[in-house]
Write a protein of this length. Structure first.
Length: 509
């Protein structure tokens, strides 16, 4: 019974609860709608206020921009008005100028007509004068012109001959003195060392026991060293030293460096010798390149091709009668530059020609030909200036020198190589060599005087023209050169020149 009552109560309470929930939910929804409407109204009010504010601000900005544009337009109008006024003034000025030019042109035309009239009158008057002169002189105009020109030409020739004689006498009086002064100045300004080089290198050793290690078992070490370097290693009774001898100074230096390295290392056997020689070759090549670059800087000859510098570096170990060829090249460059500066020649061409003149000596034992021509070919190959190339190929007169700079390089080369102390020759031997040259030349019949000039590089022989003809002069030059080759030792080459001349002299009293 109680269960049924409870069930009935539950059934009655369920619709009541649903109704109460529905009523509460409608009331909550109504409240939410009211709140949403209120929020929407508030946002709408704020938006309208913001819109009004933005519109007001936009109107203010528009007004301000309009004011600025109006001010700018007023300034532009004022500027345009000023330009219009200036253009109007300019047009007015140009109009006045045009009127003035028209008036001047009219006056020029009138003056030109007057000049033409006067010219015609002058021509007519000149023709009457010429006709009158021809009538009085009995000569036509062409005949009179020819006589006048002949007289003037003769007078000019006489004056030119007189001036030429004066210039010759003045040149003879001053040229020799000036040349000596220039050469003396160049030599004095460049002071070079005296040579004392030899063809052997001495390598010190720490003890006598090291000699046996260098020789090796049955001489295999010394044979390997000589085969790898191409030098002669001399091991004698000289204490604490070994001598390296070779005609090629580069090979000798490679052997010296390699041997010094082996002695310092202590491990001496054929494989080690080959490694040391290879390393020494690289070190010597680097030292030659460094020496060439330093020499180029010292001589003032820059921007040379690396291959030319590489060849110039080989001259560091090349000597000519004891004189180091690289130092000789630097000295020649300085002397040539000083001479060129004194006489107003191209200093840079003379300097470069002096520095590179013995370039061919780096490879003259490998290539056929004289070192002058070899050096010129190498320089052309690496695009050295043609003026410098000519200095190289003409410095021993194998090619006729055609520029002042080529002659300057010849002089500088002779000065550097022929001065006392430059090469391994004492002053007494130097003087004796010059006296011997003159004596050989004077032995021939018909020789009047003989002079050794250019520090012994040339013999100038003056013969008597009434006793020696042209063929005999050529024979004397050939005989003298052959005897010099057979009986004397000398650096470089010696030029033999026979001078035969006839002089006619008269005195005006």
């Amino acid at each position: 019974m109680s269960t049924i009552v409870a069930l009935i109560v539950g059934l009655v309470a369920l619709p009541v609860g649903i109704g109460i929930g529905y009523a509460l939910r409608r009331r909550a929804v109504a409240n939410a709608v009211i709140l949403a409407e209120q929020e929407a109204n508030r946002l709408l009010a704020e938006a309208e206020a913001k819109q009004k504010e933005i519109l007001l601000q936009a109107k203010e900005e528009t007004l301000e921009l309009r004011n600025k544009l109006e001010a700018e337009m007023r300034e532009r109008r004022a500027e345009v008005q000023r330009l219009e006024q200036r253009l109007a003034q300019r047009e007015e000025h140009l109009d006045r100028k045009a009127e003035q030019l028209e008036a001047r042109e009219q006056r020029l035309k009138e003056r030109e007509a007057e000049i033409q009239r006067l010219h015609a009158e002058a021509q007519e008057l000149r023709q009457r004068q010429i006709a009158e002169i021809e009538r009085v002189s009995g000569l036509t105009r062409d005949e009179a012109r020819a006589q006048l020109l002949a007289a003037i030409e003769q007078e000019v020739r006489e004056e030119a001959a007189r001036r030429a004689r004066e210039i010759e006498r003045e040149a003879e009086a001053t040229a020799a003195m000036r040349a000596k002064k220039i050469l003396a100045t160049a030599i004095q300004r460049y002071a070079a060392e005296v040579t004392a080089e030899t063809t052997v290198s001495v390598v010190p050793i720490p003890s006598e026991e090291m000699k046996g290690r260098i020789i090796g078992r049955e001489g295999r070490n010394i044979r390997a060293l000589e085969a790898a370097t191409g030098v002669d290693v001399i091991i004698d009774d000289t204490p604490d030293a070994i001598t390296v001898s070779a005609f090629d100074p580069v090979r000798r230096e490679v052997a010296r460096v390699a041997l010094t390295s082996l002695i310092a290392d202590g491990r001496i056997h054929p494989a080690r010798i080959e490694e040391a020689v290879a390393r020494a070759k690289r070190d010597v090549e680097a030292a030659m390149m460094e020496a060439a670059e330093a020499a180029a800087v010292e001589a003032g000859v820059l921007n040379l091709h690396p291959e030319i510098l590489k060849l110039m570096g080989r001259l560091r170990y090349r000597t000519s009668y004891g004189q180091n060829v690289l130092r000789h090249s630097i000295e020649t460059a300085h002397i040539a530059a000083m001479i060129a500066r004194e006489i107003g020649a191209d200093v840079e061409v003379a300097r470069a020609g002096g520095f590179l003149h013995d370039l061919g000596k780096a490879v003259d034992h490998e290539v056929d030909g004289t070192h002058a021509r070899i050096g010129a070919d190498i320089a052309r190959r690496y695009r050295v200036k043609e003026a410098v190339v000519h200095c190289i190929e003409a410095h021993h007169e194998e090619v006729e020198p055609s520029t002042v700079e080529a002659i300057i390089v010849m002089m500088a080369d002779a000065i550097s190589g022929g001065r006392p102390g430059a090469r391994r020759e004492s002053l007494e031997a130097y003087i004796k060599r010059l006296e011997t040259l003159e004596q050989i030349a004077r032995e021939h019949k018909g020789v009047e005087e003989a002079y050794a000039i250019q520090a012994g590089r040339e013999v100038r022989i003056i013969v008597k023209p009434d006793k020696v003809d042209d063929l005999e002069a050529m024979r004397i030059a050939r005989d003298v050169s052959q005897k010099i080759e057979q009986t004397m030792e000398y650096p470089g080459q010696i030029k033999v020149t026979v001078v035969r001349e006839t002089r006619a002299t008269e005195y005006a009293r």
